[in-house]
Design a protein around this ligand. Structure first.
Ligand code: SF4
Length: 352
C-alpha cells in the first residue's frame, strides 16, 4: 500500500496526540475527499478522538426563542434581513419551558442551547435563562447562541446560570455577513474572560472556501481555547443569496471534521467535537457531538425545524448508538450507557 509520506508522518504524530500544523491542515484540506490519504485521515481522527474522549458522546438540544429579520444580514441564513421570509415572533416562556422539558426529560441532555437573533432583548434573555435554569436538572447545562455582548453582560449571564456560548468568527465574516469581525472576536474574548465555555465551529462551509480560508478560520477557535470545536456545512437555504453557490457533500464535510478534530489536539481545553447537521460519516471521522433542534433554525425555512431539517432527541440518540459510542456524557460529567438508552427506547430492559 502506498500513502504519501507527508500524510503518513502527520497521522503517525496524531496517533501520539500531536496536532498537525496549519501547513499540514492546508495540505490535508486540498486533497480529494476520496483519496486514500483522506480516508485514512478520517479513520485516524476517529481513532484518536475516541481515545481522547473515552468513546463518550454528547447530545445537545437547541431551541430558537425569537425570530425577526435579523440585522446580521448573513447571506446564508434563513433569517437575514433583506431576504428572509420570516416575520417577527417569539416563543412564550411557557412554551420555552415545555420544549426544554421535552429535550431534558430523557435524562441524557448535556446542555440546552437557547438561540436568538444577532440583536436581542437582554432583560428577556435573563428572565428566560433564570426560568430555564430553575426547570432543568443540574446535570444539564445552559449555553447561548446569540449576537455580540461585552464582558459585563457575559458576567451577568454566567451569574444567571449560563455555562457557555456558541460564538464564531465565521468564514468570510464581514463579506457574506453585515457583522464586524473584530466585534465577533471581542465577544469570544469576553465570554472566555468571564469563564464561559466557548463553542466554536468551522462554518458555514461552502464549495468556494479554500483550504487557506478554512485553516485560518478554524484556528481562531483553537487560539481562544474553545471547549467545543466543530464543522458545519452551509445549507443551500431556498431564497438565501448564497444558495446558488451550492453545498458540499457530507463526505467533504467529514474530511473537514477530521482536520478540525486533529487540529484541536493543539488545544487542551477542547473537550468534544461536533458535526452539523448530524450525520454518521462525521461521527466516524472525529466528531462525538450532535445537536437536536426545535423551533426556528437558520438552515431551515420551517417555523419549527423539528418538522423540517432538525432531528429530535430520539433520532440523535439512535445515531450515537449506531455510531458505536459507548455512553452519553451529561453536563455534570456523569455517564449514561448508550446500550441502556437504546434498550429503553425499544421497550426492552437494559443490560443491567
Ligand atoms: S446567522 Fe445569526 S446573525 Fe446571521 S442573520 Fe442569521 S440569526 Fe442573524
Amino acid at each position: 500500500m502506498h500513502i504519501a509520506s507527508r500524510c503518513a508522518e502527520l497521522l503517525a504524530a496524531a496517533l501520539e496526540f500531536q496536532g498537525p500544523s496549519k501547513a499540514d491542515c492546508r495540505y490535508l484540506l486540498a486533497l480529494p475527499p476520496d483519496s486514500l490519504e483522506i480516508e485514512l485521515t478520517r479513520s485516524v481522527a476517529n481513532t484518536v478522538m475516541r481515545r481522547r474522549f473515552r468513546n463518550e458522546a454528547i447530545l445537545l438540544g437547541q431551541i430558537g426563542i425569537d425570530v425577526f429579520p435579523c440585522p446580521g444580514g448573513c447571506q446564508f441564513c434563513a433569517f437575514g434581513e433583506g431576504h428572509t421570509g420570516f416575520t417577527a415572533s417569539s416563543l412564550a416562556l411557557e412554551e420555552i419551558l415545555q420544549r426544554a422539558h421535552a429535550f431534558a426529560d430523557g435524562g441524557d441532555l448535556f446542555a440546552l442551547f437557547l438561540m436568538a437573533m444577532h440583536t436581542f432583548d437582554f432583560a428577556r434573555l435573563l428572565t428566560v435563562v433564570s426560568a430555564v435554569r430553575r426547570e432543568l436538572p443540574r446535570h444539564t447545562q445552559i449555553v447561548l447562541n446569540i449576537g455580540d455582548f461585552d464582558l459585563a453582560r457575559a458576567q451577568e449571564l454566567k451569574a444567571a446560570g449560563v455555562n457557555g456560548a456558541y460564538h464564531v468568527l465565521r468564514l468570510r465574516e464581514g463579506e457574506d455577513t453585515a457583522l464586524d469581525p473584530d466585534a465577533r472576536r471581542a465577544t469570544i474574548g469576553a465570554l472566555r474572560e468571564a469563564g464561559l465555555d466557548c463553542y466554536y465551529c468551522c462554518e458555514p462551509i461552502g464549495p468556494e472556501h479554500t483550504p487557506d480560508e478554512l485553516v485560518e478560520q478554524l484556528f481562531v477557535g483553537i487560539e481562544y481555547g474553545c471547549f467545543q470545536h466543530a464543522a458545519m456545512r452551509r445549507v443551500a437555504v431556498p431564497g438565501s443569496p448564497l444558495a446558488a453557490r451550492g453545498q458540499i457533500t457530507e463526505h467533504r464535510l467529514a474530511q473537514i471534521t477530521a482536520v478540525v478534530a486533529l487540529a484541536s489536539l493543539h488545544s487542551a481545553s477542547t473537550r468534544n467535537i461536533a458535526v452539523h447537521e448530524p450525520n454518521l460519516i462525521g461521527l466516524t471521522s472525529g466528531a462525538n457531538v450532535v445537536y437536536a433542534e426545535t423551533g426556528i433554525n437558520p438552515r431551515d425555512t420551517a417555523a419549527d425545524t423539528s418538522t423540517g431539517r432538525g432531528l429530535d432527541m430520539a433520532a440523535c440518540r439512535r445515531m450515537m448508538y449506531e455510531a458505536g459510542f459507548s455512553a452519553l456524557q451529561r453536563g455534570d460529567g456523569t455517564l449514561i450507557p448508550l446500550a441502556d438508552v437504546f434498550a429503553e427506547s425499544q421497550g426492552i430492559a437494559g443490560p443491567g
